[in-house]
Design a protein around this ligand. Sequence first.
Ligand code: ATP
Length: 345
Amino acid sequence: MNDLSLRGVTKRFGATAAVDDVTLDIPGGKFICLLGPSGCGKTTLLRLLAGLEEPTSGQILVGGRDQTHVPTHRRDFGMVFQSLALFPHLSVGENVAYPLAIRGTPRAQRRARAEELLSLVQLSGMADRRIHQLSGGQRQRVAIARGLAIDPKLFLLDEPLSALDANLREHMQIELRQIQTRLGVTTLVVTHDQKEALTMADIVIVMDRGRVQQMGAPMEVYRDPANAFVAGFIGTSNLLPCRLLDPATLEVSGQRLPLAGQDRVKAAPGPAILSVRPEDVRLGPEGLPARVTFIRDLGESVQLVLDHAGQEVTALFSPRERPEVGIGETVALTFAPGGRVVLAP
Ligand code: ATP
């Protein structure tokens, strides 16, 4: 298992810093999801790790060894690209064994390893098929098997599931995670889908404008976002302008709101942003006045969209706790103690 360290890694393209002074320490054997909006630098960071780009400055270490200037083919990493990049003129087995062929592994050994990997990705007996005879999900598995052929020190995947339809995608997320758990290979997946990241990852790294905004366990990042960007990007969050009067008191729309010990305060007294997850919004006899603008029945949950002083607030209830309210009614909003995060503006 190989630890991964980045020390002040920066990559500039002209005036843009696609990756801006990134320092990270990730323990070996983890499943890491690199998450962020389009253009935040995820792919560039992955390409730097793979050796497909050279950093403008900084250092990349894997298993304690400096890889910064080691050429791609000497890094012994596995890669899966969004396009999959499978070879149509080779059989499934030859595709899987390709990284071994270019390393000069004898044919019989290649064949055995391809069979082993195909069974790992549940494609036993398909070694002699052609790529065009496979479904999208099966091709995905071939690309994963090929990425694992050399027993990589680091397994890097760029949006590997984005071409699949929703059902298959969810299935493959679970499968990919199970394969990684079995092999224990340090794995880094780029995705812009926060649900995918929360499903698969041990560690989520949220990026914006070339910088790491937060790194942590998925639930930690969800429950305890470091800033308003992360709160808004991961899951649904209600972000309300407020004022922190003192570390234990908040003022929202002129109403004082005492904070509880489990609430998290990450702002200095003064203007701030209150972040509350939809599942932590409650309707009470007292609270902030809000009008119900929409009710969405999702079967497993009921979503209420409300308007408080021109601000949209989303609340989520289980069907059994469904409040007896209708569209247009005015209600009072409160927030569950422990569900409030006060962030810097
Ligand atoms: P997406 O989710 O859309 O793929 P991303 O987070 O992977 O986005 P990157 O592809 O890493 O983002 O790009 C980060 C920034 O660097 C963008 O502003 C992009 O335009 C710029 N960039 C990336 N590659 C190059 C390049 N080869 N030359 C010039 N600019 C580049």
